[in-house]
Design a protein around this ligand. Structure first.
Ligand SMILES: Cc1ncc(COP(=O)(O)O)c(C=O)c1O
Length: 390
């Protein structure tokens, strides 16, 4: 059991260096100066370990890196300007022309674009597989496969991969396994405990927790993080500003409290929703009726506030009216993990681009429950559901 209090409250903080201030300062400086040639020369030797320039290392950002690495149980972590940058850096660091990537189907949209559109421009091939089926993953592997990209659970329909089986398969075949762990956050799932090599996050979600910054994280061995910093990170430069690192640190301190509250409210709301006539089904990894419930319980310590519902509604107009009626409680916005509840009704994707039919029915809605009280949310649902019952 990790000492979360120590990690989020004290680890990485050297208060005596900044007047014993309880909260670390934002070192909002791009540049660091040297008093003599020898120390200046030394900084050039290892930019990531000394203070030369903020793209390489910054004292505020370093506290955030240390805390997240400890939370994931990895030797090191690098923080970046977005989750998309973190995912791209981790994947690109482990492929070259002629290689092949196996990725679970239906990943986050920009992971999909990275693998199916961006990498092929540089001679890297790919296969998408049903991540629930280890045999399908196995049969997609080729001698030139170098990366197995996982997302467990995903953030819409919550498919889960058996992390231990995937990690073993990757190791047997000398493949680097990478997982997007944004759904669970390190508080609810530590993939390295099952043998996964690299863990990436959209820190814009639970880690920062207030919908006010965009940032990303890559966690792995010291060797792997050094390789990513020296190549993809320093070349492409997706730096996180010290000010945003400071906001991330502030959010991170309350990660356990926020997640526990959100999970508790979500369980209560789901239990109520499942009894409503207008609800067809609910998807949530920690719901007993979820297809992969047993595996979820084995790998995850909790499931947070993100879940989906399919309603019984005969027309798109009814779904739109129902969703609009909830818009003051469940804000219509995409990036979950903050203090506020959200909804993404699939009907928004209907009539979006001519000739395109979305894969999910217009009756499907993804919800995120923030820090509001369960009774308040249920009361709002109760009123809005009358629209579907008319
Ligand atoms: C599951 C998942 N992974 C990665 C990302 C990308 O993160 P960011 O928006 O911080 O670039 C997102 C963003 O929505 C996401 O939902």
């Amino acid at each position: 059991m990790k000492n979360w209090t120590h990690i989020f409250t004290h680890l990485g903080e050297e208060r005596e260096k900044y007047f014993n201030a309880v909260v670390p300062p934002v070192i909002q400086s791009s540049n660091f100066a040297f008093s003599d040639v020898d120390t200046f020369r030394n900084a050039f030797r290892d930019e990531a370990a000394t203070h030369l320039y903020t793209r390489g290392n910054n004292p505020t950002t370093k506290i955030l890196r240390d805390k997240i690495a400890a939370a994931e149980g990895t030797e090191d972590a690098m923080v970046m300007g977005s989750g998309a940058a973190a995912i791209a850096s981790a994947v690109i660091a482990n492929v070259k022309a002629g290689d092949h990537v196996v990725c679970v189907q239906g990943p986050y949209s920009w992971t999909y674009k990275l693998i199916s559109k961006f990498l092929p421009r540089f001679g890297v091939d790919y296969t998408f597989v049903d991540g629930k089926d280890i045999e399908e993953i196995k049969s997609a592997l080729r001698p030139e496969t170098t990366v197995l990209m996982l997302e467990s659970p995903n953030s819409l329909t919550y498919e889960i991969q058996d992390l231990k089986a995937c990690a073993e398969l990757a190791k047997e075949n000398n493949i680097v396994s990478i997982i997007d762990n944004s759904y669970s956050s390190p508080y609810y799932q530590n993939p390295v405990d099952f043998g996964i090599d690299i863990v990436v996050h959209s820190g814009s979600k639970y880690l920062s927790g207030h919908s006010d910054i965009v940032f990303g994280v890559v966690c792995s061995t010291g060797e792997m993080i050094a390789k990513i910093i020296e190549n993809e990170y320093m070349t492409l430069g997706p730096v996180l500003s010290p000010n945003d690192a400071w906001l991330a640190l502030r959010g991170l301190r309350t990660l356990p409290t926020r997640l526990e509250k959100s999970s508790k409210t979500t369980a209560k709301v789901i239990s109520w929703l499942k009894k409503q006539d207008a609800v067809d089904y609910v998807l949530y990894p920690f719901d007993e009726d979820f297809e992969q419930y047993e595996l979820a319980k084995k790998q995850m310590r909790g499931a947070g506030g993100l879940f989906s519902v399919n309603f019984k509604a005969e027309s798109i107009e009814k779904m739109e009216a129902f969703s609009n009626a909830l818009a003051d409680t469940f804000l219509m916005a995409v990036s979950w993990g903050g203090y506020e509840s959200l909804q993404v009704p699939t009907c928004v994707f209907y009539n979006l681009h001519p000739g395109e039919t979305p894969p999910l029915p217009f009756t499907f809605v993804r919800y995120y429950i923030g820090l509001e009280e369960g009774d308040y949310i249920i009361e709002k649902f109760e009123k809005a559901l009358k629209i579907l019952q008319k």
